[in-house]
Design a protein around this ligand. Sequence first.
Ligand SMILES: O[C@H]1[C@H](O)[C@@H](O)[C@H](O)[C@@H](O)[C@H]1O
Ligand SMILES: [Fe+2]
Ligand SMILES: [Fe+2]
Length: 289
Amino acid sequence: MACQANAEQIKSNNEAFAVPNNNAFGHSFRDYDKESERRAGVENFYKTNHINQTYQFAKKKKEEYGKLNRAEMSIWECCELLNEFVDESDPDLDEPQIEHLLQSAEAIRRDYPNEDWLHLTALIHDLGKVLLHPKFGGEPQWCVVGDTYPLGCAFDESIVYHKYFGENPDSKHPIYSTKLGIYKENCGLENVTISWGHDEYMYTVMKENKTTLPPAGLFIVRFHSFYAMHRNGAYSYLMNEEDKENLQWLRIFNKYDLYSKSKVRVDVEKVKPYYLSLVQKYFPAKLKW
Ligand SMILES: O[C@H]1[C@H](O)[C@@H](O)[C@H](O)[C@@H](O)[C@H]1O
Ligand SMILES: [Fe+2]
Ligand SMILES: [Fe+2]
């Protein structure tokens, strides 16, 4: 399969995307301290998120939404539902989410023309944000978007707005507050309970609907918001060899996920036939959500 090729090699051969210095608001990307029109809202978002994401909470949500009994629809129908949502956790983008999906997919497609699985992975990576939709219970933003992190073990200091974990009951738990917590060294990320949100939900949707996308595609979707791990190198003691392999692809993907955020809109109708053909290749026509 294409993605078994060495990720770093493919990268050096193809890379062309110029990483912009500034986001659409004139600041550097992921700067959570800089005063901007989005800053206060983003901080408030993380305060609520960090206080309420506990191990028990994430377990419960995973079970509840893991039933996939809310809707039947195609991948494209879901993309269209995201037209109405703006992500409150994001300091770099205030456009509807469908724009972000197309922007990241088109950017990665330009640099990796032969990795069609990567184009589709980018298109669908944030579809889990559909949890915000009334059809899915209209979940509040704090348990759908934002960076994610492991639960059941200590919160690493590199997580954004770490200070707000002080008010999370798990930070006083005798086991959950220790470095390894309930986990064994190198147990593999698939065995770790991550804070509940769009990543884990979309991973479940993909898996249960039997996507034929390669393991790296599933890994990207499941852990793309886990910045403490893929950007800061934290929690490496929970990772196994397979995670480390997949991480190479996640790092490539992240560049396009983050730095493609802009005010330049993609012509949806123009690119739609291409993405529909990929959806057909890797997914059933209707999926359970
Ligand atoms: O604000 C963003 C946004 O919610 C993304 O979808 C998520 O993947 C990122 O990790 C987060 O920082
Ligand atoms: Fe995301
Ligand atoms: Fe994204």
